[in-house]
Design a protein around this ligand. Structure first.
Ligand code: HEC
Length: 126
């Protein structure tokens, strides 16, 4: 009996985790998208596609470039993007000045939350 109750809780938790909540969408649109638009989108867009990633398309981030997945949802520590903005290895993004640390914190929190997407960054015809 206990086992059944336990699995129901587990299934509910998984279903919940996969449904993007309004809060997550808002977090992306209000906190994350402005950073990406201002600091990354100029190079990482559908036309230039630098490094094989575009910030108009979440899927290209999950796939990543030559260094592996740029974003691993829930796991900032193995996400190339997070190491890049922390400047903690050889590969640094954006090129030039490092992001303010509060932006690095925001991006890390976003990946930790599963890298939810919102409505602000979209390919026009998708
Ligand atoms: C001035 C242009 C420019 C800007 C601005 C820029 N990037 Fe890049 N990015 C590049 C180029 C060029 C590459 C490919 C470099 C390489 O492979 O060595 C790249 C590659 C990447 C990669 C893929 C690494 C791989 O090869 O797997 C990630 C992740 C990344 N950038 C994240 C970011 C983030 C996050 C921002 C904003 C905070 C940003 N970039 C801003 C030019 C830019």
């Amino acid at each position: 009996m206990n086992g059944i109750v336990f699995s129901l809780v587990a299934i509910t938790a998984v279903a919940y985790a996969q449904t993007p909540s309004k809060n997550d969408e808002r977090y992306f649109d209000q906190r994350v998208a402005p950073i990406l638009i201002k600091r990354c989108l100029g190079c990482h867009n559908q036309e230039l596609n630098d490094g094989g990633i575009s910030f108009l398309d979440r899927e290209t981030l999950l796939k990543g470039g030559s260094r592996g997945p740029a974003v691993v949802p829930g796991q900032p520590e193995i996400s190339v993007l997070i190491h890049a903005v922390r400047h903690d290895g050889e590969f640094k993004m954006p090129p030039g000045a490092k992001l303010p640390s509060r932006d690095v914190v925001t991006l890390t929190e976003w990946v930790k939350r599963g890298a939810p997407w919102g409505t602000k960054l979209r390919i026009a015809n998708k």
